[in-house]
Design a protein around this ligand. Structure first.
Ligand SMILES: *Cc1c(COP(=O)(O)O)cnc(C)c1O
Length: 490
């Protein structure tokens, strides 16, 4: 692979900020401090010793986000809540949710998670069909299952070359699902000022093979909400599905609406909405590894089913893509929801919405910056005057970890509970003002920035990548996985 990429990968900046004393960004994290396991140890180590090692590592890594400078990812950020979820998880972690005969609790937990999420998404507004749902492993899992459901429905109707229409801003998980499931994806550009798609533009992309439209509430790049009501009308008019991606917003926007923020209806109150994804492992404040997919009509859900009754291992049937599933994750998700209740979610949402407003006010006060569209709890900002990645570069050593975006270059902040701590907005303002001065200087001098448009903060320094260099990107991924497998020299 080109030397450039190796050098860049080896020097991936420590995204975790200055408090981080570990070696997480090196190719051999922690090798200098803890035993390296080159083979399965013949004699195991005492539990207390292993747990102490884990405790030390986790405590150090937690410092990277505890100060409230990391976008997204740690949605709750409350160690008491995490301990509570871990206790719930621990009671059922060894249970396989596939085997309901010995763990009827899973039927209860999953059923109630779905019922509570349906309640939040106004399932009571559904008439004429019976709504249903599915707990999946995450947002991408919910989207994959939804696309599978629409594809199976299309196949059953004789449509063997189905396509899905999404606004450009809808999550890349739709691209992945279409890739995996052999569905054509049609991408519709958004209005650069509002960042939103129009129903008219979506209508132009529809043909007789279109199985569903996608709208986001809100979308990942800008936190803006697509015009779901008009997309719903369009879907009904054309007799196709409409998936609302509420992976990010599903557990926070409904409370924003209750609190009086400007949140348009995006759920089952909109007649054309046929499926909704909402991530419990984001603003549902559950453990990582769960999301909910809801169906207006259980008939569509049947597309998930797989059965093979002539296998020597026995008649097999699974209601979704996964086989064995952790009972612990269902128990912890359920525990998060019943502990917080509407009141808890609303209180957290109030803090998140007001913090996001305060942070956006700081951004709006900077003449060189502009906010993309009209966001709510998660926002993105760009600049026509300077290279915005210099801003990210300058703020990173202070502990800030944003996500980089492109077309236009922008930086993204999903406001979560850690940002609602006292002092975070003030620190954001002080560091941002300084960063703008730095960025102005660097941009004027024509110096290239380090940060780039990489989702989720994985390797920096790769800003110039395009799909024209697929081989090159594959080499980078090879080298990422090779690094994961490699051990430090003896
Ligand atoms: C995070 C996210 C997803 C994908 O979810 P994963 O849990 O990362 O698989 C999909 N859509 C939106 C809007 C998201 O923010």
């Amino acid at each position: 692979m080109p030397e450039y990429a190796c050098a860049r990968l080896a020097s991936v900046p420590n995204e975790s900020g200055p408090n981080h004393s570990g070696t997480a960004s090196s190719d051999h994290p922690y090798a200098d401090r803890f035993p390296v396991n080159r083979r399965l140890p013949e004699q195991g180590r005492p539990r207390a010793e292993v747990l102490a090692e884990l405790e030390q590592i986790a405590t150090e890594e937690d410092r990277a986000w505890e100060g409230g400078k990391v976008s997204g990812t740690m949605y709750c950020g409350d160690h008491d809540h995490y301990a509570y979820l871990t206790e719930a998880f621990g009671r059922f972690a060894h249970v396989n949710a596939l085997q309901r005969d010995i763990c009827p609790s899973m039927t209860r937990f999953e059923g109630e998670i779905i019922a509570m999420t349906l309640d939040l998404m106004h399932g009571e507004a559904v008439t004429g069909t019976e709504p249903g749902g599915l707990v999946t492993t995450g947002g991408s899992g919910s989207i994959l299952h939804a696309v599978l459901a629409y594809r199976e429905q299309a196949y059953a109707a004789g449509n063997r070359s189905p396509n899905l229409v999404k606004p450009e801003t809808a999550h890349v998980a739709f691209d992945k699902a279409c890739h995996l499931l052999g569905v054509e994806l049609r991408v519709v550009p958004v209005d650069p000022a509002t960042t939103l798609v129009t129903a008219a533009a979506m209508a132009d992309a529809i043909d007789e093979h279109t199985i569903a439209l996608v709208g986001s509430a809100g979308n990942y790049p800008y936190g803006t909400i697509d015009p779901i009501a008009s997309l719903g009308e369009l879907a009904l008019e054309r007799g196709i599905g409409l998936h609302v991606d509420g992976c990010l917003g599903g557990f926070v926007l409904p409370f924003g609406e209750e609190l009086g923020y400007d949140v348009p209806e995006f759920d089952f109150r909109v007649p054309g909405v046929t499926t909704i994804s909402a991530d419990t492992h984001k603003y549902g404040y559950a453990l990582k590894g769960t999301s909910v997919l809801l169906f207006r009509d259980q008939a569509l859900r049947a597309g998930q089913y797989f059965h093979q009754v002539s296998w020597s291992g026995g008649k097999y049937m699974s209601p979704s893509i996964e086989g064995s599933r952790s009972g612990g994750l269902l128990a912890a998700t359920w525990a998060s929801m019943v502990h917080l209740g509407r009141d808890g979610y609303r209180r957290y949402a109030a803090d998140i919405f007001s913090t996001a407003e305060a942070m956006m006010k700081v951004v709006r006060a900077q003449e060189d910056l502009r906010i993309m569209g009209s966001p709510t709890f998660c926002f993105s900002f760009a600049s026509d005057e300077l290279d915005i990645y210099h801003v990210a570069d300058h703020m990173r050593p202070k502990g800030w970890r944003f996500n980089g975006q492109q077309y236009p270059d922008a930086i993204h902040m999903a406001v979560t509970r850690p940002q609602t701590q006292p002092g975070v907005v003030e620190a954001f303002e002080a560091d941002l003002v300084e960063a703008i001065a730095y960025a102005r200087e660097r941009s004027a001098a024509g110096v290239a920035a380090e940060s780039g448009a990489i989702y989720g903060g994985v390797p920096g320094g790769l800003a110039g990548l395009t799909d024209d260099v697929t081989d090159f990107i594959e080499q980078i991924m090879d080298s990422m996985l090779d690094a994961q497998m490699s051990l430090p020299p003896q």
